[in-house]
Ligand binder design. Structure first.
Ligand code: SAM
Length: 352
């Protein structure tokens, strides 16, 4: 067991190349997951409620400059209808995700929606709509928001700057610090295999998750979208796709008590098996799509996104089948942080 989580220690895990050495790592990650998080898998239904976005992140299929996207924003009643059905499917959290469109009216409307979901359903509410000033996060917290997801995407500030014309790495970390200080459960994470990502950067990504003391950590492969500036780029691990699981297993060892979802992008890279394998290599959360069927084709962050031709009910049933095959059970209750809300960042300084 690693006691001193240095870059070299993480690199030692990532450099395992043989099938046998990697399987031993997966087994260890699975055992650490079982010991700390149990066999329950928490279901968080994700509603991609809008694909409108003012940002131009170089990798993202719904970036502002992609004019091939048909833009939409679901009506509140439609989102509430979806949320009301979740509990019956064992989904105890609704995740509200969208592109990034900061506006006084839109942010206030989202606050009212959060309050209605909290009043009308037993669900925990996670929000994932990008960077905002502290006072906006505070207002959403007042409305009842329980958790927030905002990936730092890469721990390399220079790479972050190249990929994000609209936002700095420092600003992203400021958002995470603000959320933590407001008592919101904080989720972050990164993409694996961004062009320019070395193995050292991947190790630093894993260590930054640990240093931030995150409640939830979402990671997944970078998948080049043809209608973006990175459409012709390759995933940095294209020649060794199993590196995506090696990184996940190392992440679990470094973060024994964080909630880690088996993210949808694993199924895009490994059709039909990716999320199942992720659940046996460190993950303990599943986020079935609850986005209304007809909108799914308009929220393509990357190509080959699974479940695009399905409905929320189909995805809700499918996940239960997957868990049965794996001998895992549906998590009961909200699946809040195991780390305690008073926990602060492990970083010595709040900001770089
Ligand atoms: N706007 C919010 C934000 O930026 O946090 C939430 C929506 S954003 C589209 C959700 C996540 O999609 C990002 O954090 C990013 O990691 C992921 N994503 C976007 N494009 C991707 C791609 N081409 N491959 C893999 N993941 C991608």
């Amino acid at each position: 067991m690693i006691r001193d989580w240095t870059r070299e220690a993480v690199l030692g895990l990532l450099r395992r190349r043989t099938g046998e050495a990697r399987q031993a790592l997966y087994d260890q990650a699975d055992a650490v997951r079982r010991k700390n998080m149990g066999d329950e898998v928490y279901l968080r239904g994700i509603v991609e409620f809008s694909n409108q976005c003012v940002n131009d992140c170089l990798y993202c299929g719904i970036r502002a400059s992609n004019d091939r996207v048909a833009r939409y924003r679901l009506a509140d009643e439609e989102i509430l209808d979806v949320a009301r059905r979740m509990w019956g499917f064992g989904q105890t959290t609704v995740v509200l995700q969208s592109g990034e469109v900061p506006s006084r009216e839109g942010d206030a409307a989202l606050g009212r929606l959060i309050a209605r979901i909290k009043a009308e359903t037993p669900l925990a509410v996670t929000v994932s709509v990008g960077n905002r000033p502290r006072e906006v996060y505070a207002a959403w917290r007042e409305s009842g928001m329980d958790r927030y997801l905002l990936r730092f995407e890469t721990s390399d500030p220079a790479l972050f700057a190249r990929l994000h014309p609209d936002c700095s790495f420092k600003e992203r970390l400021r958002c995470l610090d603000d959320l933590r200080s407001l008592g919101v459960q904080v989720g972050s994470g990164f993409m694996i295999g961004l062009p320019g990502e070395s193995l050292g950067v991947l190790a630093d990504d894993i260590l930054l998750c640990r240093d931030l003391g995150l409640d939830m950590i979402g990671i997944g492969p970078f998948l080049p979208h043809p209608d973006t500036p990175l459409g012709g780029a390759q995933n940095a691990h294209a020649a060794d796709p199993d590196m995506h699981f090696v990184a996940l297993a190392a992440l679990r060892l470094a973060n024994p008590d964080a909630h880690i979802p088996a993210t949808t992008a694993y199924d895009a890279l490994f059709p039909g098996t990716g999320r199942n394998l992720a659940l046996t290599r460190g993950a303990n959360v599943f986020m079935p799509s609850a986005t209304p069927g007809p909108r799914r084709k308009d929220y393509l962050l990357y190509p080959d996104k699974p479940c695009v031709d399905e409905t929320g009910d189909m995805c809700a049933r499918c996940v239960v089948g997957r868990l049965t095959v794996l001998g895992r059970t549906v998590g009961i209750g909200p699946g809040h942080s195991r780390r305690g809300l008073s926990k602060t960042s492990n970083r010595e300084e709040a900001l770089p």
